[in-house]
Design a protein around this ligand. Sequence first.
Ligand SMILES: Nc1nc2c(c(=O)[nH]1)N[C@H]1C(S)=C(S)[C@@H](COP(=O)(O)O)O[C@H]1N2
Ligand SMILES: [Mo]
Length: 199
Amino acid sequence: MGIVSPGFRGRGRAPGGRLPPGQYLTTDFPVLSAGPTPRVREEDWTFTVTNEAGKDYNWSWRELLALPSETPTVDIHCVTKWSKLDTSWQGVSLDVLLADVETAADYALIYSYGGYTTNLPLEDLLDGQAWIVHRFEGEELSAEHGGPARLLVPHLYFWKSAKWVRGIRLQDEDIPGFWETAGYHDYGDPWREQRYQGD
Ligand SMILES: Nc1nc2c(c(=O)[nH]1)N[C@H]1C(S)=C(S)[C@@H](COP(=O)(O)O)O[C@H]1N2
Ligand SMILES: [Mo]
């Protein structure tokens, strides 16, 4: 080695070690959807959190927008190996949405308009790690990318960031979602390259 400086070894190497193993950088924003794009009007949109006792907590679109929002700028990593740095979003932290939800559950199952689901530990939604976002790069989130609103949980592979999010079920058991049932990893940490079950 020696003549190649550490920052420029290999294809699409990110500055400051920001590219997880096996990933390459892209500047465009691919659309990855397992089915047709649901069209949900804002006036029809609701978001529901259901706790392990079956109690529902609901937000309308207007109620969501009335909550304090944040503007995270984060790197995102798709299991199909593209990563995109410094994406900027606006939305409501799950810390805000879950603040008054009574729960001792360990797991969350996210579900979407259109039927998509994905699972993760509840703790991965908390402490500034996840948002319900409705704007991307200063614009309304397009339907292809999950508008009116999607989950953003950038520290896990991007399949966990459910588009067209509709609600979250909090539960004591870990129930695999759409891709997890199809053989993708239950947790999906890009830094540990947890792509498939058994990784
Ligand atoms: N509802 C829903 N959410 C989804 C998906 C999907 O098919 N349906 N695909 C997932 C996958 S595999 C990825 S990589 C990202 C892609 O988001 P994008 O299309 O905005 O790039 O959305 C995730 N969220
Ligand atoms: Mo993906």
